[in-house]
Design a protein. Sequence first.
Length: 132
Amino acid sequence: MAAATGARAGATTDLALIEARLRAILEPYRELLETFQIYGQEMLRRPGARSHDWFAGVRRGNDAVIFSLLPPHGDPSLLDGVSPALRNRKTGASVYTFKVIDDALLAELEALTARSFAAYQAGRPSSNARAG
């Protein structure tokens, strides 16, 4: 495991390991949701949901791993209490980019994902939920 210089405990810059750890966050939801492709990225969504009503997905890029999480885009209150460290990874409306990750960020992202899943299952609309 490659550790980032001066990084917090459990930090890694190994993209394969980052990808595996981010995918592990989504593992508890895989049996409840279906997998589909949108824009070349594998995502999870409710069975039968429209293409733009997805929950989350992970994609490895050339120099970072992307964790996409849609529910906070439609319900920003899900981000209440999120640390500046995690907010700094938010690089788009529903995109979190990781070149390095540590245990604290993983735990926080896991908690945000759990809150987001509860909102998603409750049917709170996302801004992107439209015919598609």
